[in-house]
Design a protein around this ligand. Structure first.
Ligand code: FES
Length: 102
């Protein structure tokens, strides 16, 4: 298990434990954190967008962005260079910070 510090849009912070084998979306939902996920985790809607700490963008911290995820991030105007990811496509392997957009 790894530890994630979740930064809510209103300034609250939640600390949760996640398994590297479970998507970040499912980990957040399991922790009781409300997340939009209109397409059900298929990288088709972009409503689950989050931002990973800028210091945590290497492959030792999360899985790499797939072509499918990159396509959706581009379509919604997200910025992968800033750490934007789709929570449904992200697996976290080491402690990090996650920022919610809504
Ligand atoms: S839930 Fe639709 S892109 Fe993640």
């Amino acid at each position: 298990m790894v530890q994630i510090k979740v930064h809510h849009i209103d300034g609250r912070i939640s600390r949760i434990s996640v398994s590297p084998a479970v998507s970040l979306l499912n980990s957040l939902l399991s922790a009781g954190i409300a997340m939009h996920h209109r397409c059900g985790g298929k990288a088709q809607c972009g409503t689950c967008r989050i931002r990973i700490s800028a210091t945590s963008k290497d492959s030792t911290v999360t899985n790499s962005i797939s072509a499918k995820e990159a396509e959706r991030l581009t379509a919604i105007g997200a910025d992968p260079a800033a750490g934007d990811r789709l929570a449904c496509q992200t697996y976290v392997f080491a402690d990090t910070d996650v920022y919610l957009f809504d």
